[in-house]
Design a binder for this molecule. Structure first.
Ligand SMILES: [Fe+2]
Length: 265
């Protein structure tokens, strides 16, 4: 027992449009997402469930949310998701649960719990965890004090080293860090939004982001820019004793036309 990990795949920032062929800065987002799913299938990655860290859709269209659910069908495992700044949480909760995409916000399996929070702030690019979300977080951590906790939401709760992007993160990150500092069972924070691979340990809590399945933002740069890196996903193995192994896997090539001089998105 104990030695078989829980195996999670993190997908992020798919940015699908209502029009399946539409491109975001030279990348047809559905085609690029499909390339990442093809990679996941080809690697025959063992998976217990998939988590999506937001920006499922670029235009918050119902048809994009439905298509995402259809595209996950082949993996035959539950999919959990949180809204990003490009999503409409109301439309998402009208479409999901659908197929394998669950509407659940708390997963408890083996010695682990994954707490999914909504950091979407209406009409804003930056994020915010409402009082309700923070209360829910505390409730979950209190209720399962012995389960190692992973907290998932869209916006980054710490600087990633890019001035423009760090102005668009979780605006009440201090509240979040203050709350989780009271709980010894918080193991890891996962997020999307930054369209890049990132990792850092803060006060003993591991923090990871995952590349987008479409465009990648240039790392460590003060102004917006794209980086010529293929799309990818993150695999995460969780062991009963709290150990976590993880890495990012990328497609072989950039999917689409790399727009070197893109000035914003
Ligand atoms: Fe995004």
């Amino acid at each position: 027992m104990g030695n078989v990990p829980l195996r999670i795949i993190q997908i992020s920032d798919t940015h699908l449009f209502s029009d399946k062929d539409k491109a975001l800065l030279g990348v047809q987002t559905q085609k690029s997402f499909k390339a990442v799913l093809d990679l996941l299938r080809q690697r025959a990655e063992p998976v217990d469930f998939i988590i999506h860290s937001g920006d499922l859709s670029q235009d918050y269209s119902e048809s994009a949310y439905i298509r995402i659910a259809e595209m996950f069908e082949e993996f035959n495992v539950p999919v959990y998701c949180v809204p990003g700044n490009h999503d409409d949480p109301k439309i998402m909760s009208a479409v999901y649960p659908r197929g394998l995409v669950s509407g659940d916000r708390h997963i408890v399996k083996k010695n682990w719990q994954i707490i999914l929070l909504d950091s979407h702030k209406s009409g804003a690019v930056e994020g915010y965890l409402s009082h309700l979300q923070l209360s829910y977080l505390q409730h979950c951590l209190h209720t399962y004090p012995k389960h190692h906790a992973i907290i998932l939401f869209h916006h980054h709760p710490l600087p990633v080293g890019s001035h423009w992007l760090d102005n668009l993160g979780l605006t009440n990150a201090d509240d979040f860090w203050q709350i989780i500092s009271k709980f010894s069972n918080v193991n890891t924070v996962l997020f999307g939004h930054v369209h890049q691979e990132f990792e850092k340990i803060v006060n003993g809590v591991k923090c990871y982001s995952t590349p987008s399945t479409c465009i990648q933002f240039m790392r460590q740069q003060d102004h917006f820019g794209l980086e010529n890196l293929p799309p990818g996903y993150r695999w995460i193995n969780l062991y009963d004793d709290g150990r976590l192994e993880t890495a990012v896997v990328r497609a072989a090539t950039y999917i689409g036309t790399f727009e070197e001089n893109a000035a914003g998105y």
